[in-house]
Write a protein of this length. Structure first.
Length: 528
């Protein structure tokens, strides 16, 4: 319920506008190049066993360069005055947006292009298999009222209905699953009970599974992600083949809340969810569409491709892995100072990819003049070496930027106090385009599916990935000119209702009329 002092709820457009205004004043402070303690990405603060040392975090990016990839473009840097910098932005080639015709598709069809039959059938098969494995190992006799005793294999239609109910728990958030079935008039929501019995939903959630435990010895993927790797693999492929992002893309981190025991759990003190499972994500700056992602599993995480050596796992390897299938198309990638370095910027430029962002001055090959020159508030200095430029600007804090196409041009902007302010163009552009991951997180925050307490980390991560798939589906759906008026809540409600109407006929429910079913959904829409 809204606070009594709140006059009205912000629309999505207003929320995004506020986010951009806040970031315009604060994002550079959070990523200040000379004050690492202000950054969310200070990995010296991570708790064991995944603490990353200063020497590893600040190690030279060329340490991870393959002999035939990054290292060959890391030639000696000779820094010159910025006035002689003539690099230009790469020309973008590619038809961005959905890579299939969405004109005739409804909300459900777009979602099922990501969570397609092959993925849901895999979940069905592994859930049924896991249930039989667990039931066969129960030594004691099951009581007559035991839910496990009544287990029946879940079907494809039933699993889609379960996914719809999981989505609905993100819209109508309550402390327990049973509270959705409460007959208390303050909580009563007939839609759940009329869609699937509580006992059936609970037992399906208990056995929900994604990998065959009996085949773990044959598994070739990341060892720590065995439980959910088929889902990760499927979504990684679908996110990329169904949609091509626009020219501006951002790389950043996201955290899925998890406070239980887990070897690769991370601690980020400045994040809203301080403990959890960390993912590195590449998002479209304008929409927050997640195009590629990596689940961080610790220092032993293996990342290999044609540009990066197999034995190394550093920030540059993460960037190149996320970008690998977009190199050579004229993209501009926006990153903070945890990732950026002159060597990485030069390599990306050699692959027709621009690189812009904040920069730690303790990186190798940073120009000494830019690093050490004393500046008064509002002053700046800049140098370039071939296709890489570095600029320092003194604001409240010293901010150092790196770019493969910006010079030292300045721009007059109006701040939140409606006062004119002069900023470097590269800073203004960075504030506008570094929004991708933050925008996605903001869109997911009101509808988090993983809030419920649970004992299985991979179920939490699955719910997070399901939520990301919903967000990506919405971006695809709303990319059509005639479908842009559907807001997030309407999209999610339409998706839940559409999935249940399409697949609910194949699910055995308590006896209720179809009219009551429709009325219950309208009642839920009314109280939200």
């Amino acid at each position: 319920m809204a606070s009594p002092s709140t006059s009205h709820a912000l629309t999505e457009v207003e929320q995004v506008t506020v986010l951009k205004e806040v970031l315009d004043d604060e994002i550079l402070s959070n990523y200040s190049s000379d004050d690492e303690s202000a950054s969310d990405y200070d990995y010296t603060q991570l708790v064991p066993p995944q603490t990353i040392s200063d020497s590893e975090r600040d190690s030279d990016p060329e340490d991870i360069m393959a002999q035939d990839g990054l290292e060959e473009v890391s030639r000696r840097f000779v820094w010159e005055d910025i006035d002689s910098f003539h690099a230009s932005r790469e020309s973008f080639c590619g038809v961005c947006g959905p890579q299939f015709d969405t004109a005739e598709l409804d909300v459900v069809s777009v979602f099922e292009s990501i969570f397609d039959i092959s993925l849901v059938q895999l979940i069905v098969d592994e859930t049924n298999k896991y249930a039989q494995q667990k039931i066969s190992k129960i030594a004691r006799p099951l009581t007559f009222r035991s839910r496990i005793r009544k287990w029946e294999d879940v079907t494809l239609d039933e699993m889609y209905v379960v996914l719809a109910l999981i989505m609905l728990t993100g819209i109508d958030q309550r402390p327990t699953l049973r509270s959705y079935y409460s007959k208390n008039r303050l909580l009563f929501t007939p839609f759940f009970a009329e869609t699937l019995p509580l006992e059936r939903l609970e037992v399906i959630m208990r056995f929900l599974h994604f990998s065959d435990n009996s085949k773990q010895n044959e598994y070739q993927g990341p060892s720590k992600l065995f439980k959910i790797y088929p889902v990760i693999q499927h979504l990684s492929r679908k996110f990329q083949i169904l949609y091509l992002p626009g020219q501006n893309i951002a790389i950043d981190e996201s955290l899925t809340l998890w406070k239980g025991r887990l070897s690769f759990k991370q601690y980020l003190p400045l994040k809203a969810a301080k403990f959890g499972i960390k993912t590195f994500e590449l998002c479209e700056s304008s929409s927050g569409y997640v195009w590629s992602f990596l689940v961080y599993t610790g220092q032993g995480m293996e990342l290999t491709n044609q540009y990066v050596t197999a034995e190394k796992n550093k920030t540059t390897a993460i960037v190149v892995t996320l970008l690998e299938n977009l190199l050579g198309r004229g993209y501009t990638v926006w990153m903070d100072n945890f990732y950026n370095s002159p060597d990485l910027a030069r390599f990306l430029k050699s692959k027709n990819t621009d690189c812009v962002g904040t920069l730690h001055t303790n990186r190798k090959n940073v120009p000494p003049l830019v690093k050490n020159k004393k500046l008064e508030k509002g002053e700046h200095c800049a140098q370039h070496s071939g296709d890489v430029a570095v600029l320092a600007w003194q604001d409240k804090r010293r901010v150092t930027m790196i770019s493969t196409y910006h010079k030292n041009d300045m721009r007059v902007v109006v701040n939140r106090a409606n006062k004119p302010e002069i900023k470097p163009v590269v800073v203004c552009d960075y504030n506008r385009n570094m929004l991708g991951v933050d925008l996605k997180d903001q869109m997911l925050q009101p509808y988090l599916l993983e809030r419920k307490k649970g004992t299985k980390w991979y179920l939490k991560l699955f719910k997070r990935l399901l939520n990301v798939a919903i967000h990506n589906s919405m971006v695809i759906y709303r990319s059509h000119p005639n479908k842009q008026n559907l807001d997030t809540l309407q999209f999610r409600l339409s998706l839940v209702q559409g999935l249940v109407e399409k697949h609910g006929s194949g699910v055995r429910r308590p006896v209720h009329s179809r009219d009551n079913f429709s009325e219950s959904f309208m009642f839920l829409s009314h109280i939200i």
